[in-house]
Each structure stands twice: as C-alpha cells, then as structure tokens.
Design a protein around this ligand. Sequence first.
Ligand code: SF4
Length: 303
Amino acid sequence: MTTDAAPTETSPGTTGEAPGEAEVIGALSPSRAGDFMTCPLLYRFRVIDRIPEQPTPAMLRGTVVHAVLERLFELPAGERTPERAGGLLEPEWQRLLEEDPELAAIFHDDAERTGWLNGARELIGRYFTLEDPNRLEPAEREMYVETVLESGLKLRGYIDRLDVAPGGEVRIVDYKTGTAPSEVFEARALFQMKFYALVLWRLRGSVPRLLQLMYLGSGEVLRYEPGEAELVATERKLRALWAAIERARDTGDWRARRSRLCDWCDHQSRCPEFGGTPPPLPDPNAVPVAVDPEPAHATSTDL
Ligand code: SF4
C-alpha cells in the first residue's frame, strides 16, 4: 500500500493550474467517476459535502489484503509463499491500527477480529491459486498515475500492479477482494480499468496490452484487451461525465439514483430515497481544493 500523501482532487467549481499544463478544470478518479454514474447524490456526499464514512470490516479487509499483496513482492522470488504472505497480515493490521486506533472499535471482540483475519488469510490463499508470484517481477506496485486531458480534466488514481513483459507489453492488474461481479458491476470494474489504460496511454504513448481483474473472493480472473478506439470513447465519456457534474453543481440538482449499491451506502439516513433529507449544500466558495477522501484503494469498486 502506498504511503504517498493523498493527491488533491479539485471539487467542481474550483480550478487549478499545474506548471506547463493546460488549466485544470477538475479532477476525477475512477471511484469518484463511478460514484457519479451510480448516484449523483452519493458523489455529492463524498466530494462536495465530504461526509466521513464508517469503515466496514469488508473495506478494511480489502485494504489489508492489498497491502499484503504489495509487500509480498518485497520478498525474493522463491519466498513468496501463502505462509509468508499470511504472516504479513497481522503486521499490516497493526500498522493500520497505529495510523487510526479507532479502527479497533470495528470489532466487538477478539473472536470477531480473528474471524476477520482468517477471512483475509483465505483471500490471500486464493490469490496463490490464480498465479504464482514467484514467476513475476512487477514493474510497479501501488503506482500513482495522473494526467491532464486536452479538455483540462485531470485523471488520477492508483494502479495496484503494473507488469511489463520483456517485449514492452504492459499489463494493468487490479485485485478485487469481492467475488466476480454480475454484468452491471463488471461494466463498472472494466470502466475503472479503461480509465487507467487511458491515463497510461496518455502518459506513455502506447495502449496497455492487457487489463486484468483478479477476484480473490471467487478465484476468478477477468482479462480484457483494450483498443485505441475504446479508450478514445472512454475519454469522451469522461468529458461528458464532468460536464454532467458541472451541471449538477450549477443547478444544485444532485439526484439520488436508487440501485442495488444502496445496500452498501453509508448515507441512507440523509437520502430522500430512504426518507432522509440531505444537509444544506456547503457554500461553494467555502469548498476548498480539498484532499481526496478516496484512499489508495477504494473498496467501493469491489462491489
Ligand atoms: S442510498 Fe442509494 S440513492 Fe441514496 S445516496 Fe446512497 S447510493 Fe444514492
């Protein structure tokens, strides 16, 4: 897991300009783009209101498992075994606790915490059924990427792993701690991967060869070869998405859109779809160019 400081994300309505770049009109990560596509009100709560969300055991498990899979490659090839990986779990959990001692309250007792750790160990074990990490030397892990499109929209996020073949072909790998998704969720996951492919294409000048989603919950791997035309379409879609976000900002119409994802939403109590009332919108002048609330791994995309 990266320890880089979280990048800044421009809220709609604020602008910034990096040296030598076009004026930045806004910034999107795959998770926040996915939020708006799922439910504009959810995007508002996360990006505009910045309402803190209660971490869940499943989210924490995703964070810990990602950290272990990153650390695993610090071991020399030959020593990357399920046992060694399992041994990294407790220290990673302790590290998270040091950063935020309140996380301890998420578990009612030791038995619950042990069950949670065992669940994480199971996911790590399943990873080894999908590939042999001793045969890999990733080019990058927890790689922060960022680019500014011609339109001025900044795209940024973290790529779990980047593999580069001797011939130079690039593979983007993303670990999901959930199960392989239904068609709707698969489209969302693929959109996230195309987002990263577009960023890398813009940064490096060539389209990544393969996008690989590894579902540790079900032990399945989804592979996809992106094409240039698709990535151009992804860029177009992101431009349209940002225009829609700006429209919502201008009109104040952050519409709630009910879906199966509501089951995991932390904001039901303030959502009109569930009888709640959203808080008043903050003064747009008071919304700072704030730190992105998204952690290195947004487990919401695991859904
Ligand atoms: S509960 Fe559903 S409709 Fe309401 S904000 Fe959350 S995701 Fe949107």
